[in-house]
Structure formats: C-alpha cells, structure tokens
Design a protein around this ligand. Structure first.
Ligand code: ADP
Length: 590
C-alpha cells in the first residue's frame, strides 16, 4: 500500500478514537465468531474418524460398533448444541456492533465536516465551487462510510477467518502452512498493482461526480435563465457529456476490479491444487503414516482460508475505492480557517471612540485592490463611500468585520487592531444590510431573529414596526410564521430589504454597514426603505456604500475611492469645490 494510504487509515482510526471501546468490542465479537467457526471444524474430526472406520469395515452392515467411540460422538453433539447460542449471540454482536460503529462514525463525520466548513473564511468559499463542497458532504461521506465498513467490519472479519483457517490447517498438518505462506506474496503483488489502478480511477470518477453535482447546482440556481433562453436541451446535453466522462472513469475502475477477482480466483484455485498435491506427497512420503482425516481437515482449513482471502480482496478493493474520498474529507477536517481569533483576543463590549484605517492595503489574490488607505471615523459619524464600480468600495467595508484580513496596514476599533479582537465580539458590534439581501427559507420571524437568537416575539415585532414591515407581515397568510421561500423568493426586493433592516435593528449593533442598500428599488419601496434606514442609522457609526445623492449629501463625511486609492475625504461641499474624482462622479450623476 502507498504511504498516503496508511496515513488515511491512520487518520480514520484517529477520527474513530472516541469509540475505542466500541471498536474493541466489535473486534472481539469478530474474533469470537471466527473461533466458533473453527470449533465447528474441530468437531468434525471425531465424526470423520468414525466415518473412515466405517468405510474400512469389510462388511459395512456389520460394522464393529465397539470400535467407534460412540460416547465421543455424543459429546460432539452436546458441544455442537452448546455452541449454538454462543454462535448466535456472537453473530448478532458482530453485525450489530459493526453497523452501529459505521452509523455512529458517519454521523460524527457529517457533523465534523459541517463544523469544519462553516468557520472557513470567505476566500475559502470563493475559491471553491459550491457543488464541490456539497459533493464532499454527500458523496464523500457516503464513500467514507464504506471505508468504515471495510476497516471495522469486512477486513477484520475476513482476516479472522483467514487466521482461523490457516490455524486449523497448520494444526492438522503443519506443511500445509507452507502453502499458505507461499500464497501471500503471489496474491499481494498483482493485487497491489490492480488496487492502485482502482484507487486512481476511483479518485478521477469522484472528481467527475463533483463536476456533475456542481453542474446540477448551477442549473437549478440559473433555472430562470435556462427557461428564458430555452436552453433545457443544451444544458441536458452538457450534463450528459459530463456524465459520460464519469462513466468512462468508472468503467476503467470496474475492469480493474473485475480483473483482480479473476486473478485471485486463478491464484486460489492453483494453490488448492498445490495443497492437494502436497497432501498426496505427504501420504506417499510418510508411507501412509499421516492420518487421512488430518489431511482432509487441513485441506478444508486451507479452503476456508482461501475463501476468506477472496472476500478480503473484495474488501481491500472497496477500501481502495473509498480511500480517495475519505482522504479528501479528512483533509477538509484539518483545514484551518484563514481568519481566526488570536489566542489572546480581546473582548469588545461596545464601541466607545471610533474606527481607524491606517495604511491599509489589500488584495484578494496577488492583485492589489486597495492601496494605502488611511482615515478615521468618530463614533456616531455617517460615512458615505463613493467611487466608480470596481473602485474597491465593497472590499473596504468587508475588511472591517474581517471577512478578509488586510494584506498590510491595520484597522483599529477604539485603538485595538481588529485582528486582536475576538471575532464573536467584533461581529456582535456590526450589522450589515446589502443590496443582495439573503433570507433563509424559514419563517419571517426566524429570519428577523437571526439578528439576535434570544429575541422575544414582542422584540421582533417592534423591530419590524421600526423597519416599516410589520403591517405588511400582518397581511400575509401565517403572518410572522410565513416561510420566505428559497432565497426569500416569495417577497419583493423592498420587502426583503426591510426584513433585513428589522434584523439589523434587532441586533442593535454600534457599527452599521450599508452596501448599496437602496439600489434597484421601486419608488414606493424606496420611501419605506429610506425611512427604515434612517431609523436604523440613528446613533450608529455608519458606512454607506451608495450612488444615492441625497444619502451622500447628508453624510457627515464622504470617502472617495478611485482604483483602490483614497482620493477624497470631506463633506459634499468641500469635495465639490475641488477639481477631481468627486466632482466627476457628481457631474456623471447629473
Ligand atoms: P466596488 O464595490 O467599488 O464596485 P469591489 O470592492 O466590489 O468594488 O471590487 C473591487 C475589485 O476587487 C474589483 O476589481 C473586483 O473585480 C475585485 N473583487 C471583488 N470581490 C472579489 C473577490 N471576492 N475575489 C476576487 N476579486 C474580487
């Protein structure tokens, strides 16, 4: 096996460590069950001996009963009977414990993946396709479940049977052990090669499967466009093309898997023949001193062991097939979020003085988006951020809540570097309302409660009233319990916006970020949203990214961005009096 394989197996065992007792118990049941099977083989011996005596008698009707140890046979009967409940109990335990372990580990893994993914930074999500992430949680966890099954049930079971078969064979006739020892390298070498192929194509198949999931997710979110352009057929063809790629990879894997079964059969059957020849040789060489019964049982043991080997190979292949997915998902668990709390992170109970950007430079990748930005904001001020599209306005506001960390420079709240403030307390101080308001397909009340989990119904209604949305909610079927639809699709833009404002009001944060919160609304909605925003902004330090002239004029100060640089910082009249970007922007707006 490749080293990465061992590492993945090691990681699985590490992941399963909290269930170590369950694992030991499951392994114990497996060993116990294999032992009872071995015991049944041993019980066969007195029977076969009696049977041979019977055959040797010349007159079989008058077989000499005295020569047969009838009492011993009866004892065998009692033993067989006594073993029955033990075998039954062990069979139950073997299956129950293995299934329980697998189910438990799968549930644990899903939780762990969800917990590992959600705290990742925004750049983590932007760098990945959502279909790929969904594929990890569903397809990869499914495959990992197979790996659990193989590692904690299939493989130990067949190893136990293999050991038991070889032990019986060796006990009855030790030279048979040689056959078993020889068989190992002959089986392992070609299978190792095939297993690598299975693994490689399994991994490639999974990547194709992730493509499919991603494609499907994109199709569903873009279904309106697909319909508008009548692209159903074209999209279906695209899907089929990807699906065919998946099929081709899987077929390569399937043929490697089929091949490995053929190879195993070939080797096993040859070794059974070898065992028979060895038996014959032993009889002639020992001048028939060796007991035929022993030889027969030894061959039986070997057959049993080979049978276990065949199943072991199947499990091993399945383990190989599931390894890439298991590795992928375990790798995900170890992925540390890029934006994290410092070990000595401070708690920020409230904002007392204000915010400062000092020589802040930032780039998403290598490309710099903001350059050397410096400004200060006093508590309670309203700051408008203006500039052409792509100037870096939204990026600037995304740095304050640490959606991304600055590349150089520092952002301070009350003189504290935001990287030294606990994320929880920093985010508790900030509320955001943006143009693309996202609502969950949950009740309106739950969507507003997102601002503060422990809010009472009365508080929620009060926030909705202040956000000009309470009366509308009452006219809806179910009122506050109405579901908002996928992405809030059952509500208009203005209604969604006012719910978002209610959510922000409920949060009662000191700092407010409004990112184009009034863009794209109709006249009636605009009045209601404008009023609601005015209520929300009262007494809060506010950053408004906007093109809306009345909002810009009423701001305490305006920051003008151009190509990622701060080119203006002052009141409307001051900036207008200067030659520059701000005047250009205003003249552009008419
Ligand atoms: P504005 O809000 O002024 O329109 P943005 O802050 O959205 O500007 O974008 C500034 C620049 O950063 C643009 O060139 C944009 O392409 C780039 N950009 C914005 N968001 C991302 C992102 N998540 N990843 C990479 N580049 C981005």
């Amino acid at each position: 096996m490749e080293p990465s394989n061992w590492r993945a197996i090691w990681n699985i065992f590490r992941f399963a460590r909290p269930h170590v007792w369950l694992i030991l118990l499951a392994f114990g049941a497996i060993a116990g069950y294999a032992a009872t099977e071995g015991a049944y083989l041993f019980l066969m011996k007195p029977f076969m001996e009696a049977f041979f005596k019977f055959l040797q008698a010349k007159d079989q009707a008058a077989v000499d009963v005295g020569a047969i140890d009838v009492a011993a046979l009866r004892t065998v009967g009692w033993w067989a009977l006594a073993l029955a409940p033990a075998t039954a109990a062990l069979a139950f335990l073997e299956h129950y414990l293995a299934d329980r372990l697998r189910t438990q580990l799968t549930v644990d893994l899903r939780n762990a993946v969800c917990r590992a993914i959600l705290p990742q930074s925004l750049s983590f999500f932007e760098g990945r396709r959502s279909g790929d992430l969904m594929s990890r949680i569903t397809n990869d966890v499914g495959r990992a479940q197979m790996a659990f099954q193989m590692l904690f049930s299939g493989i130990p079971q067949h190893v136990a049977h293999l050991v038991m078969g070889v032990a019986v064979a060796a006990w009855m006739s030790w030279p048979m052990l040689l056959i078993g020892a020889l068989a190992v390298p002959v089986i392992v070498l070609p299978l190792g090669y095939l297993a690598r192929r299975i693994r490689r194509y399994g991994r490639q198949g999974l990547e194709k499967l992730a493509d499919l999931t991603d494609l499907m997710a994109q199709m569903f979110s873009g279904i309106r466009i697909i319909k508008a352009f009548k692209m159903e057929d074209a999209e279906a063809q695209e899907f089929e093309r990807h699906n065919a790629k998946y099929y081709r990879k899987m077929m390569k894997m399937v043929s490697a898997r089929g091949m490995s079964h053929g190879v195993v059969e070939m080797i096993i059957r040859s070794f059974i023949a070898a065992a028979i020849f060895l038996g014959v040789w032993l009889i002639t060489a020992s001048n028939a001193q060796i007991k035929l019964v022993n030889l027969l049982l030894a061959v039986g043991g070997m057959y049993y062991a080979f049978n276990a080997t065949r199943k072991l190979v199947k499990c091993y292949n399945e383990l190989q097939e599931s390894m890439p997915a298991t590795e992928r998902i375990l790798e995900m668990l170890d992925h540390r979020p890029a934006v994290q709390d410092a070990p000595d992170a401070a708690h920020l109970p409230r904002v007392e003085r204000g915010i400062a950007f000092r020589n802040v430079t930032f780039g998403y990748d290598d490309e710099i988006v903001l350059r050397d930005i410096t400004f200060e904001v006093r508590k309670g001020e309203t700051i408008a951020i203006v500039g052409r599209s792509g100037a870096g306005k939204s990026t600037l506001t995304a740095l304050l809540p640490r959606f991304y960390d600055v590349t150089a420079g520092v952002i301070e709240v009350d003189g504290l570097d935001v990287r030294r403030i606990s994320r929880q307390s920093l985010l508790d101080r900030i509320a955001i309302v943006s143009q693309q308001t996202f609502l969950f397909n949950r009740s309106i009340a739950d969507n507003i409660r997102y601002g503060r989990r422990d809010a009472t119904q009365a508080e929620i209604e009060e926030a909705a009233r202040l956000a000009n949305i309470h009366d509308f909610i009452l006219t809806q079927d179910g009122g506050y319990d109405m579901l908002c639809g996928e992405f809030g699709g059952k509500l208009s833009g203005g209604q969604r916006q006012r719910i978002a404002i209610a959510r922000a009001l409920l949060k009662n944060a000191d700092i407010l970020i409004l990112d184009e919160a009034m863009t794209g609304l109709d006249a009636e909605s605009e009045t209601l949203v404008r009023e609601a925003l005015a209520t929300l902004m009262r007494g809060r330090t506010t950053f408004v990214v906007t093109h809306d002239l009345p909002t810009i004029r009423s701001a305490d100060r305006i920051l003008v961005l151009k190509d990622g640089r701060l080119v203006g910082n002052g009141r409307h009249e001051e900036l207008l009096a200067q030659e520059g970007e701000y005047r250009n922007l205003c003249s552009f707006q008419g």
